[in-house]
Design a protein around this ligand. Structure first.
Ligand code: GDP
Length: 212
């Protein structure tokens, strides 16, 4: 499934994203969290998602089809400290539009650097996702930068913190460099896609409730 990934479309306007997708899993995370590298590792491709030289530059939603009718969506990274205000506002409105206007979305992969997971912006994002009730799977990336014991401690201490959010959330360690956790993450995404494809788009509705 993942090895057949191909670039499908790129847009900063949600209504222009292809409608021929039945089920979609979106990747979100801070700039520089390792999101592009994670998509590349999951699809077994070196440069499907562009690994950013300049954090905070990508302002588009990129779609990669991994099976006919099934896609991964790479959402722009957030929290780039030097991003000008109009870009930050642009991020907010684009992602709001995406969350409300893309019924194909069945789950979100939240990419966080294992060395500093659950930053205030990650928390804000999770709070903001709560009304939609879509499941979230957290990838703790760059876990190769931690010892095994440290990584296990991070994962264990994160469990109760994530459980405090009113959302179905799971988490795992991940490394694009060593490929740790690639199969586990693929399985989660496969399960979501398999369970989501029987649904006609538009069945799930969202409350319009977002911060600021
Ligand atoms: P994005 O901005 O979230 O898409 O992050 P990128 O995928 O562009 O990665 C940001 C930086 O982190 C790059 O320098 C990557 O080489 C590095 N990086 C990404 N994943 C890993 C990983 O699993 N291990 C290590 N050690 N570095 C990583």
């Amino acid at each position: 499934m993942f090895e057949n990934a191909r670039f499908l479309a790129s847009s900063n306007t949600v209504s222009r994203l292809p409608l021929a997708i039945r089920a979609e899993v979106a990747f979100v995370g801070r700039s520089n969290s390792g999101k592009s590298s994670a998509i590349n590792a999951l699809t077994g491709r070196k440069a499907l998602a562009r690994v950013s030289r300049t954090p905070g530059r990508t302002r588009q939603i990129n779609l990669f089809e991994i099976e006919p009718g099934m896609a991964l969506a790479d959402l722009p990274g957030y929290g780039y400290a030097r991003a000008p205000a109009h870009l930050r506002n642009g991020w907010h409105s684009m992602v709001t539009e995406y969350l409300h206007g893309r019924p194909q979305l069945i789950g979100l992969v939240l990419v966080m650097d294992a060395r500093h997971p659950l930053t205030p912006l990650d928390r804000q994002l999770l709070e903001w996702l709560q009304p939609a009730g879509k499941p979230v799977h957290a990838l703790l990336t760059k876990s190769d930068r931690l010892s095994q014991a440290e990584a296990a401690r991070v994962l264990n201490s994160l469990g109760p913190k994530l459980a405090a959010f009113d959302l179905p959330i799971s988490a795992q360690l991940f490394s694009s460099r060593t490929r740790l956790g690639v199969e586990e993450a693929r399985q989660r995404i496969r399960d979501w896609l398999a369970s989501g494809t029987g649904q006609a788009p538009g069945i799930r509705t969202m409350q319009r409730k977002t911060p600021g």
